[in-house]
Every structure is written in C-alpha cells, then in structure tokens.
Design a protein around this ligand. Structure first.
Ligand code: ATP
Ligand code: MG
Length: 287
C-alpha cells in the first residue's frame, strides 16, 4: 500500500491531457520485443518461436485468420498472459519477471481497447472515462470519484476530443456502438498510456464508422506519441492508417511489411477459406 501511495501522489490531481509526445520524452529502443516466444495451451502451440520488434511510436496493424493468435499476442504484450518459453519485453521490461506494483505500472502504461464490452454498463460515461485514471489514483480517490467525479474537466475534455462531449452523463446503454468505442478512446486519453493495443475495435461497426474510430485511434496515438497495435479484420482500413502490417498464420509471422506488399494472392494464402468473408471492396494495395 505504501508503494501505491507514492505512485498516486506522483500524479498531480490537475493532470491534463497529453500535449507532448510521451514516448519522445523517454526514448526507448523498442516498445515491444519478442525473443523466441512460444505460447501453448495444453498440446496446442499457438505462437511458435516468434521474434518481433516494434519500435516506440510505430503504428502496426495485426491481421490473420481466426485462431492465428492475434489476441494471444496482445495478451502477452500487455502482460495478462505469459509465454511458455522465450521472453516478452514490453516497454523494456521482461513481463514474466514483474510482480506487484511494477506489473500494475506496466499495465497502466499499456491501454487496451476491445471489440466490445469496453464499458462498465451501470456507470455513467463520465465514470467510465475516468476509469482511465484508476491506475493513477489512490483507492480513496477512486471511491470518492464514484460519488462525485474527480477531474470532471479532464473527462469533459477527453469527450470533446472524441466529439461526444454531450454524452458526459449518459449511460453506456444509451450510446451507439461507435459512440461506445469513442468513450473507450476517451478513457485512453485520460489514461495517457505509452502503448495502445486495440483488439478488433471496429469489428462490430460498419465500414464508415469503423474508419472513423480507426482514424481517431491513429490520431490519438500520433498526438501522444504512443505505440499503437490494432488487430483488424477489415483490411480496407489498413491503407493510409498503418505503415506496417504484421500477418500471423500457423503460429508464426506470415508477412511483416507495408500494406502495399500484400496482394490478393498473398491474402488468399493467408486467410484460406476465410478470404471470401473479408471486406475487400476497396482493396488495391498491390496497385
Ligand atoms: N485461454 C485459452 N485456453 C485455451 N486455448 C486458448 C486460450 N486462449 C486462446 N486459445 C486458443 O489459441 C488459439 C488462438 O486464439 P486467439 O484468440 O489468440 O486467436 P485470434 O487470432 O485472436 O482469433 P480471432 O480472429 O478469432 O479473434 C485458438 O485456437 C484458441 O482456441
Ligand atoms: Mg482475437
């Protein structure tokens, strides 16, 4: 508890949204590094001797067929799962070696957005957004904030950034899917993580709304200097948003390079039977 108090007190109560690149303030060789990482569940090897390096500040799209291990990779990077063998270095730290306050600190520095269920359904939007401060707050502050939101202006400002300031007092159930994802991004803004992992953040949205949410995530990451990894099934959203695409298949890296290096032939090989179900109306990356 003593350690947590130090942690909380190191964050000013009038914290504002980031204006300076966070990663730039503390340069790192790599935000993430996988050294010969394997992960199995029982007899099933999901990731097999994987090597990977993601420089700080890079924006990477992670693609691949269902079951390829994309979510498993994200859980390893965010230290919610650990490798069967090899080492995962997140923000320079071996995730498996971390315990207690150091582990919580790492998880605070890595913001996560999911496909859905990002919000606590019975908490108003303002409280959901301020949950991004939980890793920064002391327990009494967190409890007090449930009665009257601490840092109301911070929540308001974050919601203004994602253009739904008028939803401050709404219940999550009153919001559309796209608005709920915007609230999740506003929560990221107040969390101010150094890395963002978004696991299929737009798969419940139509292509237009999905594009808006992806562009917002990219903008937020760019403004704060955060490293961004997004797991996507809608490949039309790759172009213009990601310089690097990482495609997983059969426990390894099938492709690692710019979107333009992926043509229809490679995508068919990558996705196999799932290829026909992809949204590829605008795909012309090979052109
Ligand atoms: N906790 C677990 N226990 C057992 N098996 C698991 C567990 N988590 C994942 N798996 C298995 O690991 C494999 C990869 O799962 P993962 O969720 O990483 O795939 P994915 O690429 O994210 O797929 P999708 O695109 O469908 O989300 C799957 O075969 C899955 O059943
Ligand atoms: Mg998944």
């Amino acid at each position: 508890m003593k350690g947590e108090a130090c942690l909380a007190l190191s964050v000013p109560m009038d914290a504002t949204l980031p204006t300076e690149p966070v990663a730039a303030a503390k340069p790192l060789m790599a935000a993430f590094r996988l050294e010969d990482v394997s992960r199995a569940f029982g007899q099933s090897v999901v990731l097999n001797h994987m090597q990977l390096e993601v420089p700080a500040g890079q924006h990477v799209a992670v693609i691949g067929p269902s079951g390829a291990g994309k979510t498993t990779l994200f859980r390893l990077l965010s230290a919610f799962l650990f490798p069967t063998s090899g080492r995962v270095l997140s923000l320079g730290q071996d995730t498996q070696a971390l315990r207690g306050r150091k582990l919580r600190r790492l998880r605070r520095d890595i913001g996560v957005v999911y496909q859905n269920d990002n919000l606590v359904p019975h908490l108003r939007v303002v409280h959901n957004v301020l949950m991004g401060r939980l890793g920064h707050w002391w327990l009494p502050q967190a409890l007090a904030s449930l009665f009257w939101p601490l840092q109301l202006d911070l929540a308001r400002k974050a919601l203004r950034e994602v253009e739904i300031e008028d939803k401050l007092w709404s219940q999550p159930g009153e919001l559309s899917g796209g608005q709920q994802q915007r609230v999740a991004i506003a929560r990221l803004l107040v969390q101010n993580p150094r890395c963002i992992l978004a696991d299929e953040p737009v798969s419940q949205l139509d292509v237009r709304l999905g594009r808006e949410v992806i562009e917002l995530l990219v903008k937020v990451a760019r403004q704060s200097g955060a490293t961004l990894l997004v797991n996507l099934h809608t490949l039309d959203l790759l172009q213009g948003n990601f310089a690097r695409v990482l495609a997983l298949k059969d426990g390894g890296i099938f492709y690692d390079g710019p979107p333009a290096g992926l043509d229809a032939g490679k995508l068919k090989e990558l996705y196999g039977a799932e290829y026909g179900a992809l949204h590829l109306q605008e795909w012309n990356a090979g052109a």
